[in-house]
Design a protein around this ligand. Structure first.
Ligand code: C2E
Ligand code: MG
Ligand code: MG
Ligand code: MG
Length: 285
């Protein structure tokens, strides 16, 4: 037997238990502590208008500065947070931090800057989801019209009636709604004109396939054409190359996000990025 000392006593792992199980237990304990010790960090990835090269939005992406394991990414801890019901608390910390940071940028020369926040399925399914979210938003005096929540198609299809009610309530406050990873879920297109959706985010798998006449390019064409027809905004995710950018521009998809313009960065980097942005705008008049 392998014996590990947890904070709350001894835990015994049999040799047949996978490393993953041991790993998981310690990660779960660490995640509870992380929420108390404020080890979560919010990074921001710019959403850029390729016509003006201006930052139009920032997507908040959570990171965990783990004391021993270093900087962890959502794939390392979000599934666990979902299973252990810690995700609600985690999301509230992300929203608080993001409203503080982006609220500061909004009030210092970037009044139209949009904050995009990812919401987990269990968060949206919570009966008091809208009330809870808006409590956090107003506690920071964050302007609702500058907030865009990102949800996936599957969250919508799970319980169309309930979600429809909530999204209408939310949209009435001025908050915008984006469908993340659009095209990858199990959904019907029927909801697009029945729900108050403002933005479609083209999944990065389709953007990656914009290359040498790949079928993925056709899917991007179709999604962009549909978004234009329905008068929805469109943001392409995962844009990494000049070729992808040129192609997206030729389709009239001008809002892009991806490593081409830069990865998610800590707040301090965004402060200087926005300062530079303001400077270059002053030069172009
Ligand atoms: P997402 O919302 O679709 O976010 C896009 C992901 O793609 C991010 O990964 C981002 O860092 C990455 N990415 C951006 N540009 C590029 C690119 O050009 N190439 C490639 N290969 N990747 C790119 P990240 O930060 O690891 O987040 C993964 C997922 O975790 C997110 O997918 C989102 O679903 C979820 N997530 C992140 N933060 C939060 C949060 O605060 N709350 C909740 N509920 N979910 C979150
Ligand atoms: Mg997202
Ligand atoms: Mg996405
Ligand atoms: Mg995703």
């Amino acid at each position: 037997h392998v014996k590990a000392r947890g904070k709350d006593g001894y835990r015994f792992y049999s040799d047949s238990m996978s490393i993953n199980t041991a790993n998981r237990l310690s990660l779960e304990r660490d995640l509870r502590l992380a929420l108390e010790r404020n080890e979560l960090r919010v990074f921001y990835q710019p959403q850029v208008c390729s016509r003006s090269n201006r930052v139009v939005g920032l997507e908040a992406l959570v990171r965990w500065q783990h004391p021993e394991r270093g900087l962890l990414y959502p794939r390392d801890f979000l599934p666990l947070a979902e299973e252990t019901r810690l995700v609600g608390k985690l999301s509230e910390q992300v929203i608080d931090q993001a409203c503080r940071d982006v609220g500061r940028w909004i009030s210092t020369g970037h009044p139209d800057l949009r904050l995009a926040v990812n919401l987990s399925p269990s968060q949206v399914e919570h009966p008091r989801f809208v009330e809870t979210l808006m409590n956090h938003v107003s506690a920071h005096q964050f302007p609702p019209a500058n907030l865009e929540i990102e949800i996936t198609e599957n969250v919508i299809m799970n319980d169309l009636e309930q979600i429809s009610q909530k999204l209408k309530e939310l949209a009435a406050t001025g908050v915008r709604i984006a469908i993340d990873d659009f095209g990858t879920g199990y959904s019907s297109l029927n909801y697009l004109h029945r729900l108050p959706i403002h933005t479609l985010k083209v999944d990065q798998s389709f953007v990656k396939a914009i290359r040498g006449g790949d079928d993925g390019a056709c899917i991007v064409n179709a999604i962009v054409a549909m978004a234009h027809g329905l008068k929805l905004e469109i943001v392409a995710e995962g844009v990494e190359t000049d070729d992808q950018l040129t192609y997206l521009k030729s389709l009239g998809c001008h809002q892009v996000q991806g490593f081409f313009y830069g990865p998610a960065r800590p707040a301090a980097d965004i402060t200087s990025l926005l300062a530079g942005d303001a400077l270059s705008l002053a030069h172009t008049g």
